[in-house]
Design a protein around this ligand. Structure first.
Ligand SMILES: CC(C)(COP(=O)(O)OP(=O)(O)OC[C@H]1O[C@@H](n2cnc3c(N)ncnc32)[C@H](O)[C@@H]1OP(=O)(O)O)[C@@H](O)C(=O)NCCC(=O)NCCS
Length: 149
């Protein structure tokens, strides 16, 4: 079933906490951190979920006031069993649709081939690296997307 991409609701919180733990393990956001994201929905956060009855994936954006033209992708993940079926691409398509006229930045571990492959497919390009940024010494790659004119 092709999921419906929709804005997250507060009653998604428990499901998102559990899915984030399944996707990121020790690097998962706590329930408090997720609740904080929800508290910011009226300010500068956008949380989209891929709804298949259960939540198959999600993306979290930092969208500052319009005077600042840079949007940041803070998180994107898809349930392990649903990967490579296009859900991540669907989430990113809807997310980028909301970024017309803006620059989008994200940071990704240099060895995360799946995520980098996804981002490159949307036209993200590497603009810099933070050497040894992650625990374990892995580099962070900073990638940028701009709507093609
Ligand atoms: C990155 C992630 C969100 C991709 O989601 P997904 O639903 O599997 O992605 P899609 O099925 O839409 O794939 C789109 C494209 O991304 C690339 N891609 C996805 N998974 C890949 C993999 N394992 N290896 C290489 N390229 C991959 C491919 O180009 C793919 O297109 P294709 O299937 O036509 O070849 C998913 O792997 C994930 O949740 N990873 C763990 C969390 C994470 O690392 N998040 C990013 C850092 S915050």
């Amino acid at each position: 079933m092709r999921p419906r991409i929709r804005a997250a609701r507060t009653d998604d919180l428990a499901e998102l906490v559990a899915l984030d733990a399944a996707c990121f393990g020790s690097a998962a956001w706590s329930e408090v951190a997720w609740a904080d994201e929800f508290d910011r929905l009226s300010e500068d956060r956008v949380v989209l979920v891929a709804d298949e009855g259960a939540i198959a994936g999600y993306v979290v954006l930092l969208v500052p006031p319009v005077v600042l033209d840079v949007v940041e992708v803070l998180r994107i993940a898809v349930a392990p069993a649903e990967r490579r079926t296009g859900v991540g691409g669907q989430l990113l398509t809807v997310a980028l649709d909301r970024c017309t006229g803006r620059t989008v930045l994200l940071e990704v571990a240099a060895g995360n081939e799946a995520a980098i492959g996804l981002y490159q497919g949307f036209g993200f390009v590497e603009i810099s690296r933070r050497s040894g940024y992650y625990a374990g010494g892995e580099d962070a790659v900073i990638m940028r997307w701009r709507e093609e004119s």
